[in-house]
Design a protein around this ligand. Structure first.
Ligand code: SF4
Length: 316
């Protein structure tokens, strides 16, 4: 049987970012240094494949610190944790390693600096996302007001509109966030913020690549997890950039071949927590159905790398 031709656009950059790469290395190095079990508070990164792989090597994933024994190491996920969490680990004299992405820590430092200068914070982020919880948890209750939409900006009642600063989650949609920032600046002209927002290089670059790829693809698949904020934003960005069919898939088995009937091109990308092995699995699935020609759509070259903490770098 002859397979129909298909142009497969492959976004670059896609997949793992420096923060995810570092967080996974931290768990692997902790396992090799201290042996299993090593506890990890929350999914180290939002990807089931990665989590299952580390679990098989001896990592134990929990949601709260009180599920960890005092005498085993615990690692905090790349999303960051409220200040109270390391404080409690220190009080219990636990061995802990913080795998918070340095770009999330930068936002934590920014928030603390503004707070020290007497400003109340507005955080643009998604309620309930661990990064938002971690960042809001850097300051005392009531010091950070969360807004998720432009409409929310009209509803908030800060203590003093003249003494405000904003911060953002790192994995938001660049375009949506720009609208929310504009609404904040219109309502609170004195508000202080970062130069643009706190959206990280990896989120920005993956969205740019999707914007370049999506208009020419009949369909677009984002390899990523349903709880991965940056992956979900890539689906939205693809749809908004003109792709008729943009879907999130965790594995090749999630591909809805019936919905793809008649397509002549597909765009593939992956969220920052999706490993390349899963992207290759999806490409191979397309090769089984079509005569595939791959075209890379490259909009940026990344060479960011973050060091692992010293405690893991020293010889055991
Ligand atoms: S998406 Fe950005 S902020 Fe999040 S872990 Fe990756 S580099 Fe860090």
């Amino acid at each position: 049987m002859t397979r129909p031709p298909l142009t497969l656009y492959l976004a670059a950059p896609r997949g793992f970012c420096a923060g995810v790469d570092r967080a996974i290395k931290i768990v692997e190095m902790a396992l090799s240094k201290w042996g299993a079990p090593v506890y990890v508070r929350h999914e180290i990164v939002h990807n089931k494949f990665v989590v299952d792989d580390l679990r098989a090597k001896g990592a134990v994933f929990v949601e709260e610190l009180d599920e960890c024994p005092n005498d085993r190491p615990v690692i905090f996920s790349a999303h960051g944790v409220p200040k109270a969490v390391p404080a409690e680990a220190a009080r219990r004299e636990m061995l802990f390693v913080d795998a918070t992405c340095p770009l999330v820590s930068k936002v934590h430092i920014e928030a603390a600096r503004h707070h020290d200068n007497g400003l109340q914070m507005v955080m643009i982020g998604h309620e309930g996302h661990p990064e938002t919880i971690g960042t809001m948890g850097q300051l005392p209750e009531g010091e950070v007001i969360l807004v998720e939409t432009v409409e929310d900006v009209g509803k908030i009642t800060p203590r003093d509109p003249e003494k405000l600063a904003f911060i953002t989650q790192t994995t938001l949609s660049v375009d949506d966030t720009a609208e929310i920032v504009a609404a904040l600046q219109a309502r609170f002209p004195a508000i202080i913020g970062p130069h643009k927002e706190d959206i990280c290089y990896a989120t920005t670059n993956r969205q740019e690549a999707v914007k370049a790829m999506a208009p020419k693809a009949d369909a677009m698949l984002v390899v990523g997890a349903p709880n991965s904020s940056n992956s979900k934003r890539l689906v939205e960005v693809g749809a908004r950039a003109g792709c008729q069919y943009a879907q999130l898939v965790q594995r090749a088995t999630d591909i809805d071949w019936r919905a793809l009937q008649g397509i002549r091109s597909v765009g593939i990308t992956a969220g920052a927590s999706a490993p390349e092995v899963l992207i290759n699995e999806v490409i191979d699935a397309f090769r089984a159905h079509y005569e595939v020609t791959v075209e890379v759509v490259e909009t940026a070259v990344e060479n960011v790398e973050f060091k692992v903490p010293r405690v893991l770098r020293e010889p055991a």
